[in-house]
Ligand binder design. Sequence first.
Ligand code: PEP
Ligand code: MN
Length: 456
Amino acid sequence: MLSDFTVNKPSDRSTRLTVPDVVECHSLPVDSRVDLVDALARPAAQQPTWGNQERAREICSALRDAPPIVTVAEVERLRRRLTAVARGRAFLLQGGDCAETFADSTEDHVRGNLRALSRMAATIAAAGGPPVVRLGRMAGQYAKPRSSETDPSGLPAYRGDMINSLVPTREAREHEPFGMIRAYLNAAAAMEYVREEVAVEPMPTYPPLRYDGAGPAASSGGLHDRHADDADLNMPEICVSHEALVLDYESAMLRLAGAGRHAKLYDLSAHFLWVGERTRQPMGAHLAFAELIANPIGLKIGPGVTPAAAAEYVERLDPSGTPGRLTLISRMGHARIRDVLPPVVERVAATGHEIVWQCDPMHGNTETSSNGYKTRYFEHIVDEVEGFFEVHRALGTYPGGLHVEITGEDVTECLGGSQNVVEADLPRRYRTACDPRLNYRQAQELASVVAGLLAR
Ligand code: PEP
Ligand code: MN
């Protein structure tokens, strides 16, 4: 029972749960159990150090019995849509906060982010682009990998509301397993709200928004009259995603579907899970966990990835050649994408796997402003997206998607865009709990750029 838990102070220090704890309550067939034990026994980067391990164990046990946040049928529909993306017949638009917070798990915030995403999709579709598959970075994005153990003031780093608090005190930075319960409940509520919003406004028909000269071409039909035969693409549905980071939580959300030889293991904390740049160690637990689950999965690849390593990831994460099973999310930085991405794409294309290529133009373009804010230049983000399209067009592969950090609010976190946000504006409405997001206007301008590139 989830209601059995109240917040206690951490007592002793220990690392993540042991493997037997994690799997004991799963009624998995022997094979899956063995695989899961093997996966979770591997070294895992970026894991919480729960203060009270007994409590963490109880919480994971309650989560294993709780209803899932998403359904297998929804996950399978998303996978079929991603098949269309992999084959160049649809475009994957994924976006939302870098880090969701419990304080911002409000109707206003979720609605704002949802509408920012939907309007971007409408701009792309209205410009004669392909049908757009909307994928929220929401309803579960509560844990963050960090490049440093401590923050600039020397306190343990904030690791997302699932783990600790942004409040800058030593006590608030303790790793508190109750965060997993709050993450689950907020994610479940947000997912229910997403389903309701989609029921009310299936696919908004906003007019396309223009950005400089790169505005979209005149409308030549949208989602509903292209590929009208494709039931999954035409069905308005917004799926959700987050980084599969905290293995105690993700493994507690595993559910077995089907029977006998056809049984599959799904992580029903979200429809789509991705493995981040900092946790993709080939021998590590995150990769092994991703191998085990039947959800469509993403893998972030930064400029350090070699073509051979990329091909190995593809063979491992898509062993049976299921189109749309794997999305490679390149985040190379605008200055390097044109050099680094081509050999990676060529080598992966040679494997014959039908994967989705998605561009994350955010994470390779983060810098610190002269007044001390973590920020990104809108122009660098646009340049990386343009580079991504150039590379794929030159190689004959399909630039299938965009992965962005956005919010529906009028924040001042990224520089530039038509509003010309400058450094002095950053302190005005800098609200992110982690990385700088495009505000509503900047997000729409980026969608307009993408629409123009897709229409070419
Ligand atoms: C993120 O998507 O917020 C993130 C941490 O990305 P990456 O793993 O690519 O650095
Ligand atoms: Mn981020």
